[in-house]
Design a protein around this ligand. Sequence first.
Ligand code: NAP
Length: 261
Amino acid sequence: MNTAFANPFDLTGKVAMVTGSRTGLGQAIAIALSQAGASIVGVDRGPADETRTAIEAQGGAFLPVTADLSTTAPLPAIVQSALDRFGALDILVNNAGIIRRADALDFTEEDWDAVVDVNLKSAFFLAQAAARTMLAARPNGKSAGGKIINIASMLSFQGGIRVASYTSAKSGLMGLTKLLACEWAAKGINVNAIAPGYMATNNTAPLRADAERNGQILARIPAGRWGAPADLGGAAVFLASEASAYVHGITIPVDGGWLAR
Ligand code: NAP
């Protein structure tokens, strides 16, 4: 039986790199891709022990790669680490991200650069490094192709308040997703994005701790609850797999209905 045909979501034999896999959404995406069969390369500033333990406990492979994505310097070595261990890189999830909050009138250049460097600049140059590998000719003269998934935001679609650099970076990331799809779709790489809604992670802890903002946000979510990191697993596996072979340049909201409101 052709199992790839029987299960178009199967990632057995694939190698998936997830940035920011230590916690939150990146951890849940890494675990979901592993459950679908992929070997995982986790790119983190520090040890991703919890993620590694969870993946190895379900029989998966996890390669930790230590790197700080606030500069582009480590990017070539990150891709090389995946190739050295697994011999391929099939899937990249650009998940690592930070947020800084201040009124636009007071927003500092430091808070602008810090967010744009991690959330947009490193995401682009890591996609570039990954794509060069995915498009390199193999001995049969063909390239393997691949899948690139950028983690966008509701603030790719909306303005928000007090997050000037974050909204700019996430809006830019959605535009970049479309540009890369236009350049690489015919070459065999699917570039798409996932826009999480309001998810319960470290990133949103200050919002959830603010009773007024928490109440306003919950009242607007049709599903009536904050998202859990595991809610992203299905979209991530879909965009990483053959099931999305003809899907290019889109940003899938996984938002409990937020944008429908
Ligand atoms: P999180 O728990 O704060 O996780 C962010 C991850 O990015 C962490 O693993 C963090 O590593 C990593 N990271 C940050 N700066 C880095 C750097 N310089 N180098 C390497 N890794 C770095 O937040 P999250 O909510 O899971 O966020 C994951 C992604 O989803 C982000 O891109 C975020 O913007 C996006 N997002 C989140 C929400 C939400 O509601 N939570 C909604 C929309 C989009 P450390 O552990 O070392 O800090």
